[in-house]
Design a protein around this ligand. Structure first.
Ligand code: SF4
Ligand code: SF4
Ligand code: SF4
Length: 263
């Protein structure tokens, strides 16, 4: 385990004193607990067809991964259940940032990622964000964003050199690639929260009208994120949360997770 991960786990234990999947917000999550406990295939890239079709259509070419400027897409290795080379996203390592032009979908030659939804990120649905460890939320206790948040996102930013990661300092290149620029922009946004009140998940949600996907609401003298109807499950909030408060249920809908079924 990397040192930064160790620091985060230690910090989490100190402030939370509970295990993950505490589901303290169970009062607002109707179907979420059952869905969370289900053994689900991983989150797929934006525009992925329903899982069975996706698996049948994905030719494991890695084109989506090649064009992703955030390095969000990974390919399953021999331990993966769907077969070596199948595309997926692990939001703990890097969420998807909903690029306006959805290059991953356009690059997919097989139809595994649906070109019909590539004209608008609002048509994407990857899954649904849920609060899995409410007590770890820094905002709930008005605690500042710790220094290690910067270290963590440096580790996730693959375009940085090992030296930049180690020194936590970005060196300006004469002609940075668009990929480097985007990832550094994200890093700088995250850095600006260190030492301040945490609203990272709500502020950095990449959905175009983010307040329709997530917002901070007052609770017990502090604040807590509230997941809303337009959340597309991109996982950016999961990656950026310093204390593992959030998770994504792949392919779940808002209705399944948050709406109580009528008797
Ligand atoms: S929308 Fe952008 S960030 Fe998300 S997977 Fe596609 S290329 Fe990567
Ligand atoms: S709340 Fe925003 S950042 Fe989080 S998964 Fe939903 S759309 Fe993505
Ligand atoms: S990112 Fe959101 S959920 Fe995580 S600690 Fe900050 S306010 Fe809480």
């Amino acid at each position: 385990m990397k040192n930064d991960d160790k620091k985060r786990r230690k910090f989490l234990k100190q402030i939370a004193g509970v295990g993950v999947l505490g589901l303290a917000a169970a009062g607002t999550i109707w179907g979420g607990k059952v869905l969370l406990e289900r053994e689900e295939p991983p989150l797929r890239p934006p525009g992925a067809m329903p899982e069975r079709e996706f698996l049948a259509l994905c030719i494991k070419c890695g084109q989506c991964l090649q064009v992703c400027p955030y390095d969000s897409i990974l390919l399953e290795d021999i331990d993966g259940k769907a077969g070596v080379g199948t595309a997926y996203i692990d939001p703990q390592r890097r969420g998807c940032y909903l690029c306006k032009a959805l290059p991953c979908i356009l690059a997919c030659p097989s139809g595994a990622l649906d070109h019909d939804v590539a004209d608008d990120v609002r048509k994407i649905h990857m899954g649904m964000a849920v609060i899995v460890n409410e007590k770890a939320c820094l905002a709930l206790y008005n605690k500042p964003v710790p220094e290690y948040e910067r270290d963590l996102i440096y580790e996730h930013t693959k375009v940085l050199t090992p030296k930049e990661r180690k020194e936590k300092k970005i060196y300006d290149l004469p002609n940075p690639s668009e990929k480097r620029q985007l990832q550094i922009e994200l890093l700088k946004k995250v850095e600006s929260y260190v030492g301040k009140q945490c609203t990272i998940c709500a502020d950095l949600c990449p959905y175009p009208e983010k307040e329709l996907a997530i917002g901070m609401v007052a609770k017990n003298g502090g604040y807590l994120p509230e997941i809303r109807e337009k959340c597309v499950g991109c996982g950016a909030c999961v990656e950026l949360c310093p204390t593992d408060v959030l998770s994504i249920i792949p392919r779940a809908t808002y209705e399944e997770v948050y709406k109580r079924k009528k008797a």
